[in-house]
Every structure is written in structure tokens, then in C-alpha cells.
Design a protein around this ligand. Structure first.
Ligand SMILES: Cc1ncc(C[n+]2csc(CCOP(=O)(O)OP(=O)(O)O)c2C)c(N)n1
Ligand SMILES: [Mg+2]
Length: 897
């Protein structure tokens, strides 16, 4: 890069250069910039053909991308907007400072919004449309820790009262009226649409949301519109892999409904983002390389006259040479310092500011603080066709905070301004708060009839209403098909052996046939459709491709060829689970964001789910997502040949930590059917804010018919699969529990126990230990709080009460999974849990289940050991089982291997 800089910035023959530049300018004047571009490309081409090495230079000069004469002019009243912005700034600061003068260490941020206030204001005043009868509305991803500024605007608009501002970060006390620290739809379901404060999740979601909007349009579910997604993010946030990891998709698919606004205040939490470099240049290169329209808003209008006088380019050269650490120091140390250390570097630039006072130099503003420059950039972005836009806006962190925070390294954490700093803030922005009142840092509202508020409201009215706002329910009414519609999978398979994955895919196909719901099914894969037997969908409903299929697929002569289509329904996200998940999130919140209820199924290797994209799954709960996540080839021993990094024995525990996830590990196809039907009903028909996690397996076996009356038990997480009847006198009895494929080992263990030891067993299928656990803890809590009322019996306690013998559970998951319900065993019933603790490895299923001690022999042995403890069988019987079933007592614990 340094070498390239040298080549590009050393002028060996300035006169010759000047002649070329003049010729080019003549072309621009006469025929326009397109013609000039054409000529330049030809010259580059010609140089390359002659053997010249022209490395790609992805960056442009360190000045605004839009030259002053091409700036769209702002239509509003700039003075009024400045005034409004100062009030927003003040109130945002006041809410954080007031919160932190109370006991409790509530935290909050001032400096970030201080740097981005203008970027938000111009959007709110001129660009962002709320949903209305005429427009579906734009979607704004706010930088999470800038939320005080957004609340402050709502306060002026009259949507949030003073007492509510004082409930910032006090949501328990606020009881529904508190203001959440960051954007959280879960906590403020009428206000925030997307959680963003986990850095990187906003940008990746914005990209897939934009793709999903195009998908809805191409598939005819929504009319084509000019609605836009605006994603605000920090320059430091760009370091997260999620932030930039999917930008090439946006470039490739030409997502012109997407605008990133990167607030480049050159600082993150600890210090400079690129002290030794230039973050704006770096990002410009990255985004341009990925096919984005990059608009730099580096300098404010006060620089225009200086730049206009920079005929020999020395100022531009200086701007380019100066690194971010130095730019930060200029803002931290003021005008005199800037004159000396910046302009003073070259005689030409020193001379340029000779007539300016130190204060004038200090006022030379950065682009992101100049509403005119920001407006021009937003205008250009919204009018860009065929590509996404990134706006790189240079700002000052802690703008207006003076010595308390402006461009200071620790400013991100500054939340307790002292009286002097508050006074400075007031004076800097001319806030009408008297000296006496200053110590309380009071909020300031100019009154609802004031010109400021009237102006704001008028602007918002013209743009369709206030923002942010969130839709809780869609008005599209849908009815879930009855269970009868799933007959194909509630009926047994006879001798035919299938996997639960096949059952699930059949279930999806049945839903696809439903006239109303069918088009709303969104199958999403991360390059694993074939793994899960979904390739039939390629042909049948097509793979979404915005450009259609411009080539003849290799397998065109096959029945199930790889069919890409503009109207395709399957979202094939390539090898990106984060992308698949972000895509799923867009579909799963479409009921709210686009008033279009959709039912997404994202199917993936379960190991690459909650573990890999866990933070997006957590955000999914926050966002009140509705849809199915399908953990394919799940279980530590069921996916037999893939080893340690594929064999999942714990995703259910992670799923179970998310409050609104309903997680199931079904064994039989009818269980899959009941869960799918129930989920479709709850999410699409009843519009409950829950989402489902279903693990499915690739092990083939025969499936029985749906037994009578077990539907409710399946949904609640446990039902009696086989009743051994009343025990005969003296016959030992056990209660066997299991889920997923290991339930089949449990069933086989019951046969062994009967045949080899005369022990009978009731068998319980437990498709969700999580649901059973939740019910149990809920009942327990209620009972503690209502000591004199009739006590609730936890569901599992009720089922097992009166049954005889110890209980033994086995699953293909770590022991904690089935152990979750231990507390709710009826009094006196011992509970033994088997599970697959330890790292997976490759071998046959049979060997793996022996290794992890969850096969039929280990289960039967555990049952005998439990009976022996109760004195129902002899220790010798347990030894006989160890001998006859060839269990090695000296085998090391698989946890340690
Ligand atoms: C995944 C994640 N890691 C860390 C944080 C903590 N954090 C909050 S803001 C911040 C600094 C952000 O810097 P930048 O993106 O430049 O935003 P700015 O405040 O400068 O606008 C950090 C590290 C977070 N919110 N999310
Ligand atoms: Mg920053």
C-alpha cells in the first residue's frame, strides 16, 4: 500500500499533469462525467495492455465524495432544526446525568449520541417514513447506545413524559413505562423494532432484511416500493466480523433499499479506532470493493472555501497524510493546536488559515455535524439505483461536551458530568435553563405549541407519523391447518423406515400445499438442503435468485434439478449460518416490520446453531420472532461419522435458556406433526410471540400411528408411550423416560428388562424436558407464594405419581438436559439420568451409544442398579447385567475422554 501511495502521489512532471487534468476538465464540462469516466477506463485498459501494473486503488481522496456544486439542497428551516437539535442534545444528556446522580449505578451514554445527533436529526426531519396507508414505512437500525437521543426526540414530540425520562434504565420500578437502556422490542414492544446493541448484529440483520424485502417483492407478496433500511453503526463496531461479513451479498444482489450510516467519530470505547490509520479510508475501500456506493461526508461547509482555494492540492495532501490519532488530538486540544500541528505542516496550508482566528479554526466542522452535507448524502443515497450505499460520516465523539468529553479517550464511559460541564453544555447550545436550576440538570421542553415542537410534528406528519414505532400484530388473519391435514405423517409408516428429518420435510410440504399458508412458508438453508433431503424443493418451489437463472444448470435433465428463479421460495444462503439466521430473523419478524406474516424454517446442522449463532438466537427472542429453527442431524451419537465438531449434545440447553423458545426433541413422525401443527397455530393464527426449536435426526426407523389422546402431552413435553399395566405381585417395576432416537433404546431396554430380569417398565416419551422443567418450576414458585391455597402439582409429578419403581431417563444430550426435571419427581421416586457428556467422536451409532453409555444395555443396567438400591433386586442381578451385557466396569468416564 505504501508503495502504491508513493507511485500515486509523487508528481514527476507537474506541467504535464496539469495539461492532462485540463483536458479532462474540458471533457467534463462539455460532455459530462460519464464520458470522462469512459475515457479514464480506456486509458487504464490501454496501460494494462501495455504491461503496466495498475493495482486496484479502492479509495478516493480524503474529501467529501459529493462536491459542493452537486449537493442537493436541504428544504427545511436550518436554524429551526439546529434549535431542535440542541434541545434533543440537552435532554439526552440530562436523562443520563440524572440517572447517574441517583443511587444504583444505572449507566448510560452521552458521547456517542452527541456525535451522531445530526445524522439522526436529518433522517427524522427529512427522510424516514413511518408506515401509513400510503407507504409501508422505512426501517431504522439505531446504534444501540444512542438510545437517549431517540428518547429525547420522543419527549419533545410528546410521546414520552418527563417522569418516563426519569425511568431510563429503571424498568422494574417503571412497571411497563420504563425506558430500556438500548433498543429492545421485548421491553418496549410498541417502540423499538430491532435490538442492535450487541455490536455487529444490526448490520448483518439489515443486509438480510433488505434481501428479504426484495424477496417479498419478487414473490408478489408485497408491491414494489421505495422503502429503505437505514442501518446506523459505529466505526469501532465495524471490527465485528458480523458487521462487514455479509456486505458482499448486498453488493452482489444490488440491494438499493439498503443504506448504512457509519458514524466515524474515530473512537471506540477504549481509544481510537485506527489511531495510526484512517478508518474512513479503510471502510471506503472495503465497501467499494464489495460493490457498494460509498459516500464520504468528511468535511463540513466551513471547509468548502478552503478547499476551493486549494488549487495545488496541498491541503488535500495534508488531509490524506494526517492520521486519525492526530485528527482526534486536534479536536481534543483546540484551534491553536490545530493551527500549529495540522495547518502548520506546510507553508501553503499555514498561510491558508492565517486570517482565521483560533476560534474560527476550531469551528471548521466535520461533515457529520453539518446538516447540509448530511442531507446531500442522504439524498444521494436514497436516489441510488442498483447498489447499496454506505455513508461514512466523520464526527467528533462527545461533540459539545467540552473538556469533559470531546474527543477524550475515556469519553465513551463518561456519564456523570459535573456542574461545570453541565454549564458548558448549556452555554454551548444556548439552552434556556437558568443558573439556579442548572444543578438539577432539568429537562427542557419548550411547550407543545412552541414553534420547535410544531415544526417537528409537522415534519413527522409529512413523513407518515412518529418513529420509532413497532407493530405488535399483523392484520393479515391466517388459520393453521388442523392436525388432519398432517395425516401423511401422523399415520405410522408400517415397515417402511424413515427419519424424523424426512417427517419434518414432509410436514413442510404439507404446509406448502395450504392455499393461504403455503406461499408464506420460507425454507432457509445454509448449503445443506441435500443433507436434509430438501432438494425436491429446488424444482418444486425454486431457489430465490434475484436475477433468475441465466445459465443451464448441469443437472437440467434431472427431475429435481437446481432451479433458480426470481420467484423462488427457498432462501439458499450459502455456507453462512449467521446469514441463514439473519435471513430467518427477517422472515420471522416480517409480521411486524412489513405486516406480512411468514413462517420460516431454517434447517441446519444443529451443532452450528445455538452454539455458533447464539447471540442472534437471543436477539430473535427479544424481537418476538415467530418461526421454526430446525436442528438437523442432532444428538451426540446419532450423526455417527462426523465427529467432535458436528455431534451436538447440548443445543437444547442453550435453546432452553431463551424464555420464548419452545424446544422439542421428537422421536416419532407423529410427534413432529403435532409440534408443527401446534407451532403453526400459535405463531401464525394466535400470533403468540414464541419461536420453535425442533431437533431432527437422520436415523431411519419405522414409526407407529399417532396414539389416541397424546397430542396435549406431546405439546406439554411428556406423555405415556407404553403403559405396563398394573404390576403383578412381586414384579419389580421401573419408569423409563427418553427422547429423540434414544427413546428407541429406552423401548429396547424395557424389552431386555422384561425378558432377562422379569422387570416391567412404563415408558414415557419426553419430547421436551425444557417444557416439563418450566412447568415444574412455575408450579413450585406459585406454591411457595400461595402457601395456604390448594397446591399445584407439577405436570410431571402428576404423571408419575402413583407409578412404581425408580425413574431412569436417557437422551442423546448431556445429562443436564434430562436432569432438569429431577426436582419434580414424586416423593420417594429415585431418578437416574444417562446422557452423552463429553466430546463426540466418529464411529457407528451402536459403538457410540455404547461409548456414551446410553444404549439399551446401559439403560437396562442403570434400571437394575436403581432397583437394587431400593432392594427390589439383588446386587448380583446388577452384576449379571454387567456380565451378560458385556459392560466394562473399568471403562473411563466418557466425560474425560
Ligand atoms: C458484541 C459487543 N461487544 C462489546 C460491546 C460493548 N460496547 C458498547 S459500545 C462499544 C464501543 C463502540 O464504539 P463504536 O462502534 O465506535 O461506537 P461509538 O460509540 O463510537 O459511536 C463497546 C465496545 C457491545 N455492545 N457489543
Ligand atoms: Mg466510534
Amino acid at each position: 500500500m505504501d508503495q502504491l501511495d508513493d507511485i500515486l502521489h509523487q508528481d514527476l512532471d507537474p506541467t504535464e499533469t496539469q495539461e492532462w487534468v485540463e483536458s479532462l476538465n474540458a471533457v467534463i464540462d462539455r460532455e459530462g462525467t460519464e464520458r470522462a469516466h469512459f475515457l479514464l477506463e480506456r486509458l487504464v485498459d490501454s496501460t494494462r495492455r501495455s504491461g503496466g501494473y495498475l493495482p486496484f486503488d479502492p479509495t478516493t481522496e480524503y474529501v467529501n465524495t459529493i462536491p459542493p456544486h452537486l449537493e442537493a439542497k436541504m428544504s427545511g428551516d436550518a436554524a429551526m432544526e439546529w434549535r431542535i437539535r440542541t434541545l434533543i442534545r440537552w435532554n439526552a444528556m440530562a436523562m443520563v446525568v440524572r440517572a447517574n446522580r441517583k443511587p444504583g449505578e444505572l449507566g448510560g451514554h452521552i458521547a456517542s449520541f452527541a456525535s451522531s445527533a445530526t445524522l439522526y436529526d436529518v433522517g427524522f426531519n427529512h427522510f424516514w417514513r413511518a408506515p401509513s396507508a400510503d407507504h409501508p414505512g422505512d426501517l431504522v437500525f439505531h446504534q444501540g447506545h444512542s438510545s437517549p437521543g431517540i428518547y429525547a426526540r420522543s419527549f419533545l414530540e410528546g410521546r414520552i413524559g418527563e417522569e418516563q425520562l426519569d425511568l431510563f434504565r429503571m424498568e422494574v420500578l417503571g412497571a411497563g413505562r420504563g425506558l430500556s437502556s438500548y433498543p429492545h422490542p421485548w421491553l418496549m414492544p410498541d417502540y423499538w423494532q430491532v435490538p442492535t446493541v450487541s455490536m455487529g448484529l444490526g448490520p448483518i440483520q439489515a443486509i438480510y432484511q433488505a434481501q428479504f424485502w426484495k424477496y417479498l417483492e419478487h414473490r408478489g407478496l408485497m408491491p414494489k416500493t421505495d422503502r429503505k433500511i437505514w442501518c446506523f453503526m459505529g466505526d469501532g463496531e465495524c471490527d465485528e466480523p458480523e458487521s462487514l461479513g455479509a456486505i458482499s451479498l448486498a453488493g452482489r444482489e444490488g440491494l438499493d433499499n439498503l443504506i448504512f450510516v457509519i458514524n466515524c467519530n474515530l473512537q471506540r470505547l477504549d481509544g481510537p479506532v485506527r489511531g495510526n490509520g484512517k478508518i474512513i479510508q479503510e471502510l471506503e475501500g472495503v465497501f467499494r470493493g464489495a460493490g457498494w456506493n460509498a459516500i464520504k461526508v468528511v468535511w463540513g461547509s466551513y471547509w468548502d472555501p478552503l478547499l476551493a482555494r486549494d488549487k495545488n492540492g496541498v491541503l488535500r495532501k495534508l488531509m490524506m497524510e494526517t492520521i486519525d490519532g492526530e485528527y482526534q488530538a486536534c479536536k481534543a486540544f483546540g484551534g491553536a493546536y490545530t493551527r500549529e500541528h495540522f495547518f502548520g505542516k506546510y507553508p501553503e496550508t499555514r498561510e491558508m488559515v492565517a486570517n482565521l482566528s483560533d476560534d474560527d479554526i476550531w469551528r471548521l466542522n466535520r461533515g457529520g455535524h453539518d446538516p447540509h452535507k448530511v442531507y446531500a448524502a442522504y439524498h444521494a443515497a436514497t436516489n441510488t439505483k442498483g447498489m447499496p450505499t454506505v455513508i461514512l460520516a466523520k464526527t467528533v465523539k462527545g461533540y459539545g461536551m467540552g473538556a469533559a468529553g470531546e474527543s477524550q479517550n475515556p469519553t465513551h464511559q463518561q456519564k456523570k458530568l459535573d456542574d461545570e460541564a453541565v454549564r458548558h453544555f448549556r452555554d454551548r447550545f444556548n439552552i434556556p435553563v437558568s443558573d439556579e436550576k442548572l444543578k438539577d440538570v432539568p429537562y427542557y421542553h419548550p411547550g407543545k405549541d412552541s414553534p420547535e415542537v410544531q415544526y417537528m410534528l409537522e415534519r413527522r406528519k409529512a413523513l407518515g407519523g412518529s418513529l420509532p414505532q413497532r407493530r405488535r400484530h399483523t392484520d393479515v388473519k391466517l388459520k393453521a391447518p388442523d392436525l388432519a391435514a398432517f395425516e401423511q405423517i401422523t399415520k405410522g409408516t408400517g415397515d417402511r423406515e424413515i427419519s424424523t428429518t424426512m417427517a419434518l420435510v414432509r410436514g413442510m410440504n404439507l404446509l406448502l400445499r395450504d392455499k393461504a399458508i403455503g406461499p408464506r412458508i420460507v425454507p432457509i438453508v445454509a448449503d445443506e438442503a441435500r443433507t436434509f433431503g430438501m432438494e425436491g424443493m429446488f424444482r418444486q418451489i425454486g431457489i430465490y435468485a434475484p436475477e433468475g437463472q441465466k445459465y443451464r444448470p448441469q443437472d437440467a435433465d434431472q427431475l429435481l434439478y437446481y432451479r433458480e428463479d426470481q420467484k423462488g421460495q427457498v432462501l439458499q444462503q450459502g455456507i453462512s449460518e449467521a446469514g441463514g439466521m439473519a435471513s430467518w430473523l427477517a422472515a420471522a419478524t416480517s409480521y411486524s416490520i412489513s405486516n406480512q406474516p411468514m413462517l420460516p424454517f431454517f434447517i441446519y446442522y444443529s451443532m452450528f446453531g445455538f452454539q455458533r449463532i447464539g447471540d442472534l438466537a437471543w436477539a430473535a427472542g427479544d424481537m418476538r420472532s415467530r418461526g421454526f429453527l430446525i436442528g438437523g442431524t442432532s444428538g451426540r451419537t446419532t450423526l455417527n461419522g462426523e465427529g467432535l465438531q458436528h455431534e451436538d449434545g447440548h443445543s437444547h440447553l442453550m435453546a432452553g435458556a431463551i424464555p420464548n423458545v419452545r424446544a422439542y426433541d421428537p422421536t416419532f413422525s407423529y410427534e413432529v406433526a403435532v409440534i408443527m401443527q401446534d407451532g403453526t397455530r400459535r405463531m401464525l393464527q394466535e400470533q403468540e410471540d414464541v419461536y420453535y426449536y425442533i431437533t431432527v435426526m437422520n436415523e431411519n426407523y419405522a414409526h407407529p400411528d399417532l396414539p389416541q389422546g397424546v397430542e396435549e402431552g406431546i405439546v406439554k413435553g411428556m406423555y405415556l408411550f407404553k403403559d405396563a399395566g398394573k404390576p403383578k405381585k412381586g414384579e419389580p417395576r421401573v419408569q423409563l423416560l427418553g427422547s429423540g432416537t434414544i427413546l428407541r433404546e429406552v423401548i429396547a431396554a424395557a424389552e431386555l428388562l422384561e425378558k432377562d430380569f422379569g422387570v416391567s417398565a412404563d415408558i414415557w416419551s419426553v419430547p421436551s424436558f425444557i417444557e416439563v422443567r418450566r412447568d415444574g418450576f412455575d408450579a413450585e414458585r406459585w406454591n411457595r407464594l400461595h402457601p395456604e391455597a390448594e397446591q399445584r402439582v407439577p405436570y410431571v409429578t402428576g404423571l408419575l405419581q402413583g407409578r412404581q419403581g425408580p425413574a431412569i431417563a436417557a437422551t442423546d444430550y448431556v445429562r443436564e438436559y434430562a436432569d432438569q426435571i429431577r426436582a419434580f419427581m414424586p416423593d420417594g421416586m429415585h431418578y437416574t439420568v444417562l446422557g452423552t457428556d463429553g466430546f463426540g467422536r466418529s464411529d457407528t451409532r451402536e459403538h457410540l451409544r455404547g461409548f456414551f453409555e446410553v444404549d439399551r444395555y446401559w439403560i437396562a443396567h442403570a434400571a437394575l442398579a436403581a432397583l437394587a438400591k431400593e432392594g427390589k433386586v439383588n446386587a448380583k442381578d446388577v452384576s449379571r447385567a454387567i456380565r451378560e451385557y458385556k459392560l466394562d466396569p473399568e471403562k473411563p468416564n466418557p466425560l474425560t475422554m
